[in-house]
Design a protein. Sequence first.
Length: 190
Amino acid sequence: MIFQQKQILRQLMRLRLGEMDSKDRAIASKSISVQLENSLAILQPRLALAFVPLASEPEWWLNRSIDRTQFAYPRVSENGATFYRIDSPDQLAPGRFGILEPPPVASLCVDVAEAEIILVPGLAFDAEGHRLGRGRGYYDAILEKTSADCRRIGVAFDLQIVARVPAERHDQRVNAIVTPAGFIPSPLQR
């Protein structure tokens, strides 16, 4: 039952995102980027796990570096995702599924449990912090490995916020969602 509900919501969200005007997408993405920059500048995490946005996701790229903060991006394999630090998005190159990934340099590999913040993609989110991913479970596995102190921040357009995301026990939640309209805190206590 929940599986079917998730599939229906995934289809709906893909349609909504596909219908989004490119100009509106750019304006909303810029707003999200500014909010993230300001928040990260205040929080100053030492390590932030990030994601490379797909074409349908907010392009949240930061326009300035954040003091003290190192960013790590995922590299996907059959066994899941491993995060690697990079100094610049210019270091990313097409990898599995055609998604930009960092080079697999062992000395730049990070322990997910050391992250203070993780930016989380999704197709849909709700005010309780539930998220609907793309159905492969990569981010549920990653979020399960983060520390209890790690802030989990969903990154979404306003249209991706729904009344209820169908959730199962294994589905991991976020602490907050950043949208063009602002931050939406969730009641998640870890």
